[in-house]
Design a protein around this ligand. Structure first.
Ligand code: NDP
Length: 462
């Protein structure tokens, strides 16, 4: 039997990698984990967590405006970018420390360096030139923002990685993209008082989402003075003045702004990892190919999280990590379950989704009942906001199973998390109908909308 330095070596200290390392080490396995930047990965260091903190900062402006209708007079409102960024950095450092402590407590060894494969069982620790062998390896190196290198002047643009490091708040920003990151930062910056313009190559944002949600977001952005230019891309960026960039667009116009943010997708981190030395295959997008157990083309090497491009979401990476540990160390081969992954876009208000959109459901089922509630939330009656909440439920008519829920409105993400439990349990529309409402809430609409708004039979609305 061969001797290895470690039972398990994990490359990448993000959510998925840390979970796998920690759980395996807690089981008594000899585990090493290499991270070249900061423990916590995209989610903790420059993604979900700092983004959500920034979203909270941004939401206050709306609360201040709304409060007037409830009798408040607020004077001297001012936002300090540096105060917020410093507080945020302190919190991220605290979380990073917790990650470090939890790994140390599990007795996994942390190697603060980039690691590359030099053969199927050996990794090289770049900072020390050390060569380490492992019986099993997990690659959890994540993904990085795509910067369109083909566009002239792309080096002048920032990505989501850089937003949290900006020394001052931009007075104006142009954001390219129509997905999660573009829309979330458009909301955030707009709430903080920055003038926002979105440039999107498609017709309407979030093409994979339900059409009715897509309409809401476009209407809302227009109402909030977030400019958007569709069917357009950036063709060139130049430095106009010390503080200003000039952006040429494919529609022939140009815009001057303080910052340009590229939010055009994320690319799996597979370059220069030595994957070829271990015969690990990637797909055409550069993502590591894995089987249903997250196993790569090498039986003893696994990959999980964004580097596999299955679903670039933190909870998916963590779930995959737990499955790999079951498969490797508990004699219980376990496939991750990708059915009904809830998702939220943290715009203002939020989007929360689980299951199929109407457009996807029509492709799958001949008979559907659609329940819609589109209403002015109670708070808006005094705040004066004209924005409505939308709740849409898609029901397979034959079985009455709920196959998709889509919410646009305050608290949508929190609601969807709980609705997902019901859907995982196979909830039928009658289960919702028999559930007592909680009044007054927005969520009660989900259990009090008894009659279909419309039906779809063989793809035709009746
Ligand atoms: P998305 O895939 O969500 O969106 C990318 C956008 O960029 C799309 O609108 C796409 O257009 C556009 N695009 C792609 N390539 C080009 C190009 N060459 N030129 C111009 N436009 C282009 O990616 P994001 O970067 O927003 O986010 C990455 C992933 O991170 C998300 O998919 C999500 O999984 C995850 N994430 C999740 C969050 C959450 O859970 N709340 C928050 C942030 C990120 P088109 O629509 O035409 O394809």
């Amino acid at each position: 039997m061969s001797y290895y330095d470690f039972d398990l070596f994990v490359i990448g200290g993000g959510s998925g990698g840390v979970r796998a390392a920690r759980v395996a080490a807690n089981m008594g396995k000899r585990v090493g984990i290499a991270e070249e930047y900061r423990l916590g990965g995209t989610c903790v260091i420059r993604g979900c967590v700092p983004k959500k903190l920034m979203m909270y900062a941004s939401e206050f402006s709306e609360h201040f405006t709304a409060s007037k209708g409830f009798g408040w007079t607020i004077k001297d409102i001012e936002f300090s970018w540096s105060t917020f960024i410093n507080a945020q950095k302190k919190e991220i450092k605290r979380l990073e420390g917790l990650y470090r402590t939890s790994i140390a407590n599990s007795h996994a060894k942390i190697l603060e360096s980039r690691a590359e494969l030099i053969d199927p069982h050996t990794v090289k620790i770049i900072n020390t030139n050390e060569k380490i062998t492992a019986k099993n390896i997990i690659i959890a190196t994540g993904a990085s923002p795509n910067k369109n290198e083909y566009v002239k002047g792309s080096e002048l643009c920032i990505t989501s990685n850089d937003v949290f490091e900006l020394e001052k708040q931009p007075q104006s920003i142009l954001i390219e993209g129509g997905g999660y990151i573009a829309l979330e930062f458009a909301s955030i910056f707009s709430g903080l008082g920055t003038e926002v313009t979105i440039v999107y190559r498609g017709n309407e944002f979030l093409p994979q989402f339900d059409q009715s949600i897509r309409q809401e977001i476009s209407n809302s952005f227009a109402h909030r003075n977030i400019k958007f230019i569709t069917q357009t891309t950036i063709t060139e960026v130049t430095q106009a003045t010390n503080n200003e960039l000039e952006v040429q667009l494919s529609n022939g116009t140009s815009v001057k702004v303080d910052q340009v943010l590229c939010a055009i997708g994320r690319v799996p981190n597979t370059k220069n990892l030595g994957l070829e030395n271990a015969n690990i295959e990637c797909d055409y997008k550069g993502a590591i190919k894995v089987d249903k157990y997250c196993r790569t083309s090498q039986d003893h090497i696994f990959a999980l999280g964004d580097v596999t491009n299955i679903a670039q979401l933190t909870p998916v990476a963590i779930h995959q990590a737990m499955c790999v540990v079951e498969t490797l160390y508990k004699d219980n081969p376990t496939c991750p379950d990708y059915e009904l992954i809830p998702t939220a876009v943290f715009t203002q208000p939020e989007i929360g989704v689980v299951g199929l959109s109407e457009e996807q459901a029509v492709q799958k089922y001949k008979e559907l009942d659609i329940y819609r509630a589109h209403f002015r939330p109670m708070k808006a009656t005094l705040s004066g906001s004209i924005e409505k909440t939308l709740m849409k439920m898609i029901v397979h008519a034959e079985t009455q199973r709920i196959v998709g829920v889509h919410i646009w409105g305050g608290g949508a993400a929190e609601m969807i998390q709980l609705i997902t439990i019901a859907l995982k349990m196979g909830a039928k529309k009658s289960d919702f109908d028999q559930t007592m409402a909680l009044h007054p809430t927005s969520a009660e609409e989900l259990v009090t909308t008894y009659t279909p708004s419309y039906k779809i039979r063989e793809g035709v609305i009746i």
